[in-house]
Design a protein around this ligand. Structure first.
Ligand code: LLP
Length: 450
């Protein structure tokens, strides 16, 4: 699938400059969006989200049919597959990693498109259930799941709990002994293995290396398997591994599958998420089709006969579907030209945490050549959104866009410096709707107890 933008591929599908030279997103004029909803604001293009979700499902179906497999989809469900298993076929389920962005409207879109959903906490479980995901399409992760989180997972009998450590096996056994199993039917589980793979990505989002806080070391997995099989209310279905995020090279997936193959044969394998995205125009990540094809091929080559394969894309479903709009508050010149906007590290922590690079433009004067630093409003020198921006003669009042902020922006937003978190706006066919409102000033006091 080629996502057409008319602009660089970092922008959402269908984004373009209109006759007046103003950025248009989902058919909506960015200046009018800024006027109507204020800035900063996250703007998501709904058709782009759906197109990417369908591209994953289609790619799974296409790669699967080549290999004699069947992808799960709404049609697959309608055709009678149950709880994610298409009888008689191997099957690839696309599990949205909801940590990338978990507002209700967005989760609802992916639930409607027939995706599964991965939750990393009881809070994300709450959000996914409220958005309409069926419990049997939910998968719970976490290296430090609390008793309450496990209790909730068992009571809803989620599609899968991914067991991370020995203490969790003990805790699950105790909760089951206390009668927490829904309908007394066994709870399907996977064991998370750490395959000792270090992909080429930022160290803070690499998880497959031996010294990781996630999962069982390879030489502990066989003991974990024995212990899980000993708990009568747990049904071990297979193994999970996630080597890391923002992968621009798919080779580590093959290496991981090859390592995992030493653990034995299982009906279900989950090879995690991590497909990288383009944050800047020169980045060319693998396409959704290439990624899905590589995962299926890695499983076919290394993992023997199995009934079901799962993958957990997060950012590749949402990052490029979204942008952030800001307003310039001041422009100052010293050694550099400092363009300060009304948001920053409270709406996008990624530059601070991972030195992540972004692009920026003035929404009605694309293609400028004034070298400047796009700085946030927070009381920290490190609060810089784009270190080397090229803008067209920026001035106070200009509306600025930073593309590729649809993942881990809203999800990691915070109120540092008492800054209110931005709204989320969905655009479709020229109509804009508010799906998350901006924090009010009273929200800043909402949890205070005096
Ligand atoms: N599955 C598991 C078990 C994960 O831990 C993650 C991400 C994913 C799937 C989805 O990965 P994705 O496809 O989105 O790369 N805040 C960081 C990302 C942290 C990712 C943690 N786990 C960032 O902004 O880059």
């Amino acid at each position: 699938m080629a996502i057409e933008t008319g602009l660089s591929h970092v922008y959402p599908m269908g984004a373009r400059l209109n006759e007046r030279g103003v950025l248009e997103l989902g058919g909506c004029d960015a200046l009018e969006l800024a006027r109507e909803f204020g800035t900063p604001a996250y703007v998501m293009v709904e058709d782009d989200l759906r197109t990417r979700a369908r591209a994953f499902i289609e790619a799974a179906r296409a790669a699967g049919s080549k290999a004699g497999l069947a992808a799960e989809s709404q049609e697959g469900r309608a055709a009678g597959s149950q709880a994610g298993l298409a009888v008689g076929h191997e099957h690839l389920a696309i599990v949205y990693a909801s940590k990338a962005s978990s507002c209700a409207a967005l989760l609802r879109v992916f639930a409607q498109e027939g995706l599964w959903c991965d939750v990393a906490s009881g809070g994300e479980l709450h959000l996914a259930l409220n958005a309409g995901f069926a419990p049997e399409r939910l998968l719970m992760h976490g290296n430090a799941k609390s008793e309450a989180e496990l209790r909730a997972a068992l009571r809803h009998r989620l599609g899968l709990i991914v067991i991370d450590n020995f203490d969790e096996i003990d805790r699950l056994a105790r909760l089951i002994a206390e009668g927490e199993l829904a309908d007394r039917a066994a709870q399907p589980v996977l064991i998370r293995a750490t395959p000792d793979i270090r992909p080429d990505t930022h160290e803070k989002i690499s998880t497959g290396q031996a010294d990781s806080k996630f999962g069982f070391a390879m030489d502990q997995v066989s003991e974990a398997i024995l212990l899980v099989r000993d708990v009568s209310g747990l049904e071990l279905q297979g193994i999970h591994a996630h080597v890391g995020s923002q992968l621009l090279d798919l080779e580590p997936i093959h290496r991981a599958a090859s390592q995992l193959s030493t653990l034995g044969a299982f009906p279900t394998w989950n090879l995690g998420g991590g497909l990288g995205v383009a944050y800047t125009s020169h980045q060319r990540p693998p396409s959704i089709e290439e990624y899905v094809g590589a995962v299926i091929e890695a499983a076919r080559l290394h993992l023997g006969a199995h009934d079901r394969l799962l993958i957990e894309p997060g950012r590749s479903l949402t990052a490029n579907a979204g942008v952030t709009l800001y307003t310039v508050e001041s422009v100052k010149r010293n050694v550099s030209t400092w363009v300060a906007v009304d948001g920053g590290m409270s709406d996008n922590l990624r530059p601070m945490l991972y030195n992540a690079l972004y692009e920026a433009e003035v929404v009605d004067r694309f293609g400028g050549d004034t070298a400047c630093v796009l700085a946030g409003k927070h009381c920290e020198s490190g609060d810089v959104i784009v270190r080397e921006a090229l803008l067209d003669d920026p001035r106070a009042g200009d509306v600025i866009v930073t593309p590729a902020t649809g993942a881990y922006g809203h999800a990691m937003a915070n109120n540092y410096n008492g800054v209110t978190r931005p709204p989320v706006i969905f655009c479709k066919d020229g109509q804009a709707r508010l799906v998350v409102r901006r924090d009010s000033l009273d929200d800043l006091n909402a949890r205070d107890v005096l």
